[in-house]
Ligand binder design. Structure first.
Ligand SMILES: *Cc1c(COP(=O)(O)O)cnc(C)c1O
Length: 233
């Protein structure tokens, strides 16, 4: 069994160290506990330790877990989202990290208007251009941001990326750095709004480097809840 309390203490210490190394404040980084495939008892344990941000990657699982947790939890949709499922989560999640097409953004906008909410989203960027991953290219990202900015009831808050799997997190620094450059570029053009673009990047294996490169959200699953079963990712 994972010792969630001890894991969280270790993660917290790593976050603080990465902040110290890069001259950032701890409150500039939000820790999202990625609880996919994990039972509600483990989420409750993390909640008791002060965690309020939880990440899930499947709509069905999200729908099952939301009513079982306190209402001050902020839910993050971090997995690939199908258009026909947007309606189930639109008014229940605080941030959708995985928008990778204009068609999906249009559907989110439509449902947000219907439900009288503003949908906060991130554009998923496949920085390393891995064929196995979702996301737009760095090259196509600015145009997608500009197009989505025209839609009602949807706000692009920044970018998300899933970096390549690696044993050595230094190898992912270039991708995190590239995403930060893209965000700075967008900010300077002020395409979307006046708020600085936020970056969701860094997982269990590489969040220290991601923080050093400017991550606003890190998404940590295994490092908090332990390994997931091999059947479902
Ligand atoms: C599963 C998942 C994570 C967490 O991965 P760990 O390596 O377990 O920390 C983060 N982001 C996304 C998009 C995921 O699907």
């Amino acid at each position: 069994m994972a010792n969630i309390r001890e894991n969280l203490m270790n993660v917290e210490q790593e976050i603080q160290r990465a902040c110290d190394r890069s001259g950032r404040k701890r409150n500039e980084v939000s820790l999202i506990a990625v609880s996919k495939t994990k039972p509600i008892s483990m989420l409750q344990e993390a909640y008791a330790e002060g965690i309020r941000d939880f990440g899930e990657n499947r709509v069905q699982e999200l729908m099952e877990k939301i009513p079982l947790m306190p209402s001050d939890v902020r839910w993050h949709m971090i997995g690939h989202l199908q258009r026909n499922k947007v309606k189930y989560i639109i008014d229940k999640v605080s941030l959708i990290h995985s928008v990778d097409s204009f068609a999906l953004a249009e559907e989110i906008s439509r449902e947000a208007v219907k439900k009288h909410v503003t949908a906060n989203i991130l554009i998923e960027v496949n920085v390393a251009e891995e064929s196995s991953k979702f996301g737009v290219t760095v090259e196509n990202a600015p145009e997608l941001v500009a197009k989505i900015a025209e839609l009602p009831a949807i706000q692009v808050k920044g970018f998300m990326t899933v970096a390549p799997f690696t044993e050595h997190q230094e190898e992912n620094r270039i991708y995190f750095h590239k995403l930060m450059q893209l965000a700075v570029d967008i900010d300077s053009k002020n395409i979307d709004n006046n708020n600085a673009f936020l970056l969701s990047m860094g997982m269990t294996g590489d969040y220290s480097v991601a923080i050093e490169e400017g991550a606003a959200y890190i998404r940590v699953g295994t490092g908090i809840f332990g390994e997931r079963g091999s059947v479902i990712e």
